[in-house]
Design a protein around this ligand. Structure first.
Ligand code: SF4
Length: 144
């Protein structure tokens, strides 16, 4: 894809200046060759560009006061690493959520299928039956 640099520029007092990316569409940013990436990855790419494409030079960068320097390896040093216990707890939670979301809801039809081998069809869940033997008038039915 060819890059259209003019999309990223605007006129100010007769001279071209960079547009505010907050006011640009995703499509316009794409025309400049930008894609959706994390700020950390953008910093890393900036550093690689700064070092003429050499990742080895980024590692050796001596500009220790550069704002990008702590992030140049693609990780934030301010962020604590996740402990094994936390990682395990998060994995268990994700498993529980996945199991809950994939479990089929019991309907009258699925109960028939489990007990009698009938074909499952979509139905509304079975309403609780009255145990008093006195049908509900509010359901519009007639007790005979
Ligand atoms: S930390 Fe700064 S000077 Fe060093 S490679 Fe990155 S952008 Fe360039």
């Amino acid at each position: 894809m060819s890059i259209n640099r003019t999309v990223g520029l605007e006129d100010r007092n007769g001279a071209p200046v960079g547009r505010d990316p907050r006011e640009m569409t995703t499509e316009e940013l794409g025309q400049l060759g930008h894609e959706r990436i994390s700020p950390l990855k953008a910093l890393r790419l900036r550093c690689v560009d700064c070092c003429a494409g050499s990742a080895a030079e980024v590692r050796l960068c001596v500009s220790v006061t550069c704002p990008s320097w702590p992030f140049r390896m693609g990780r934030s040093p301010w962020r604590q690493p996740i402990s094994d216990a936390t990682r395990e707890r998060l994995a268990r939670s994700a498993f529980k959520i996945a199991a809950t979301q994939s479990a089929p809801q019991k309907t009258a039809a699925s109960v028939e299928t489990q007990e009698g081998g009938a074909t499952t069809v979509a139905r509304t869940p079975v309403a609780a039956k009255s145990t008093t033997g006195m049908g509900s008038k509010s359901e519009g039915g007639h007790d005979h």
